[in-house]
Design a protein around this ligand. Sequence first.
Ligand code: ADE
Length: 261
Amino acid sequence: MQFVVLTLFPELLESFGNHGIIRRAVELQKISLKTIQIRDFAEGRHRVTDDRPYGGGPGMVMKPEPIARALQAASMEAPDALKIHLTPQGRPFSHTIAGELAQKKGLILLCGRYEGIDERIGDGFIDDEISIGDYILTGGEIAAMVVIDAVSRFIPGVLGCADSCEDDSFSKRLLEHAHYTRPYEFNGEAVPEILLSGDHQRVKHWRLLSSMIRTLLKRKDLLFRRLLTHEELDILQDFQKDIQSILEYQRQAQNNGRNDQ
Ligand code: ADE
């Protein structure tokens, strides 16, 4: 997968590409990450990339010509890549979209600054618009890093363990189970005994239970988005039975308390 990022701040992306799993993925040639400085394609002694908006108003707008030229240079670098503009007006980014984008040969990511880019770049120069959330960042660079990071995790060989991406929250539409490492006891809390049992079936079931509890408490919307397996349904039914018997016990206890007064 080829990533080419068009930006006024290439150092931000270069630093990102020099650390952790992304760095290793580049070294292993699973991905490539290149930046293009939009200013290099601006004209004049000052290489100006922005200008005042027609119609007036606050802020500056990125000029179209340097961006169009930079996009052309990026297309030479990555001819089959999809051209994406990172903008709060784009379609909301998700695990599913990351997986889809990972099927492409390359991604050219255009990062805006200031009030945004000249509208005419959107018409014909860009294939897709992506937002990483309903808030306004000072530029698209952080959004580009989010996209590169999430997409790269889908590229075979990028993550250490072949199936660790498949096991994630969201691919199963459940939050991930709790994780523990040494020490055995921390802050007065010990690691659940099952995880030390060496019984893989029980560990697997415990992890599913942990996922279900977390999802129910933190993101129950996810439980409405797909059909649950029999095992998952049984777990939910067990929760229901437990809650039911606690409620019955409490009702009984409160009635008895009132009767005693
Ligand atoms: N640029 C500024 N804000 C953004 C956002 N929320 N998503 C993507 N790009 C952006």
